[in-house]
Design a protein around this ligand. Structure first.
Ligand code: AMP
Ligand code: ZN
Length: 493
């Protein structure tokens, strides 16, 4: 690659020039959602950020294998209940039905935001054997011990031998003692409080369990990502990502497991997104400080005065750097809507221009062309600087200002072509922003499909109140739903 892409590596806490392990190829693993309830907008921020990173790597010409898992076992709640089992108990469903339902919902939302699907989306429950294999490897290296059918990772031994435990999260072993909780009831089985379970013996009531050499039980949450990243990307790969709330214990323990199994650091670059806040507080399911994408699109929440379209919400996210916190407020969304409308109409205008609208550069044109060339160069300079999307947008505004001065006829043929391809590359290919003014394509259609799906699910569950509410509310905003033999369609009335 000719470009000098620079990435902030959480492991070294500094920006580093990106040099992939295998020239021209990138392996990227991102921790996916735990599918026991609907994703909230905070989760979406992380996945949208990695979508932009994925798209930019593709744009640069890398062959990228992007693995994003689905956590459907082992992520426990306080008190030791599996999140999936809790979801199943509350909804009166099989755990796998819960996983499927919320995986489908997650996919629909990701489509609505026009993100690309990953190359591989492995599920934890589909990789129990690989996880058991990895436990064997950890045993072989001497970093595991068994107590009453459960297996624990020996953090003390690992820390002593490698001096590495706590490196990613910057914690010292004393902090780890205080902060290590893996929601297990039988903490007294551990040799040391910071040890964590890699296999847990299941109680009789526990629903999701498998045979293993140690007990009928289930893997620890951290193990799935170690096992699946190794399986699909190899023992060492390029990028590992997730939200910065996963640095500890999840990622720290992932590194310990991988290094404990094979003696090598799994990922060369660790990338962490910062949190989406709402009115200044972290958006999180457990605190109830959340808004679902659908509530935001419909304006169906006390936190907003109206609905905001998926592309406006995505644009709002692009306005802050992925490593900075981003505070979602009604005012910020309104500002993002205005800005998005400006960029969107400028893009529509530029992409529809054709060659005969340009003249030949002369006189003033020389300075204008030089200015435009500099601005266009800056756009990619900012992308190369750790994917700085807010700076890219600032640069695009400058370009639009320049064009709005009536300078188009002064552009050289070359710059005219470059201008068009720049807007196509940044807005369409890398940011994945779709023109929402084109009615029945893109996000609106995706959104309607999602609403129709949700109504269908409500009908299957005989939840007529919800299904009627969806139809009637759409009716009020002049959208008609038609149920036919071929399925359900919609149209503006
Ligand atoms: P979970 O389903 O809770 O495992 O989360 C899935 C992904 O969303 C993880 O990478 C989390 O770090 C990320 N995440 C959770 N809450 C937020 C938030 N408020 N802002 C950004 N990312 C988040
Ligand atoms: Zn993970």
């Amino acid at each position: 690659m000719v470009r000098n892409l620079v990435i902030y590596n959480s492991l070294s806490r500094q920006k580093e020039v990106f040099v992939p392990i295998h020239d021209g190829h990138v392996g990227m693993y991102v921790c996916g959602p735990t599918v026991y309830s609907d994703v909230h907008l905070g989760n979406c921020r992380t996945f949208i950020s990695f979508d932009i990173i994925y798209r930019y790597l593709l744009y640069l010409g890398y062959k990228v294998r992007y693995v994003r898992n689905i956590t459907d076992v082992g992520h426990l709640l306080d008190g030791g209940e599996d999140r999936m089992s809790k979801g199943a108990r509350l909804d009166n469903l099989e755990p796998m039905e819960v996983a499927q339902k919320y995986t489908n919902g997650f996919h629909s939302i990701m489509n609505t935001f026009n993100t690309l699907p990953p190359s591989i989306e492995p599920r934890a429950t589909g990789h129990i054997l690989e996880q058991i294999e990895m436990i064997h490897d950890i045993f072989k290296q001497g970093y595991a011990y068994e107590k009453n059918g459960s297996v624990y990772f020996d953090t003390q031994k690992y820390a002593e031998k490698t001096g590495e435990y706590g490196k990613l999260s910057g914690r010292v072993i004393d902090d780890l003692l205080v902060e290590s909780r893996d929601n297990l009831k039988n903490q007294d089985e551990k040799n040391h409080p910071s040890d964590f379970a890699i296999w847990m013996k299941a109680t009789d009531e526990h629903i999701m369990k498998w045979n293993s050499p140690w007990s009928v039980g289930f893997p620890g949450w951290h193990l799935e990502c170690s096992a699946m990243s190794t399986k699909y990307l190899g023992k060492q790969f390029d990028i590992h990502g997730g939200g910065n709330d996963l640095k500890f214990p999840h990622h720290e323990n992932e590194i310990a497991q991988n290094a404990g199994a094979c003696g090598c650091q799994p990922a060369k670059y660790w990338m962490h997104t910062n949190m989406l806040l709402m009115n200044g507080k972290k958006m999180s399911k457990s605190d109830g400080n959340t808004i679902s994408p659908l509530e935001l699109f419909n304006g169906d929440s006390v936190h907003v005065t109206k609905g905001y379209s998926p592309m406006v919400v995505k644009y709002f996210m692009l306005q802050s750097h992925y490593r900075s916190p981003n505070d979602l407020t009604d005012e910020a969304l309104q500002a993002a809507e205005n800005n998005y409308n400006k960029i969107s109409s400028a893009t529509r205008f530029i992409l529809k221009l054709n060659d005969k609208e340009i003249g030949k550069a002369s006189g003033d044109g020389i300075a204008i062309n030089a200015e435009l060339e500099k601005l266009m160069e800056n756009v990619f300079r900012h992308m190369d600087d750790d994917f700085n999307t807010p700076n890219v947008l600032t640069e695009l505004y400058e370009i639009i200002k320049l064009i709005n001065k009536g300078t188009l006829p002064l552009l050289t043929d070359e710059n005219f072509v470059k201008l068009k391809s720049l807007f196509k590359a940044i807005i369409v290919d890398i940011f994945g922003l779709i023109d929402e003014s084109e009615n029945k394509t893109g996000p609106l259609n995706g959104l309607m499909n999602l609403i129709i799906d949700l109504r269908q699910q409500a009908r299957i569950a005989k939840d007529w109140t919800t299904s009627d509410k969806i139809r009637d509310t759409l009716n009020e905003i002049e959208i008609q739903i038609n149920d036919g033999k071929e399925g359900t369609s919609w149209n503006f009335k």
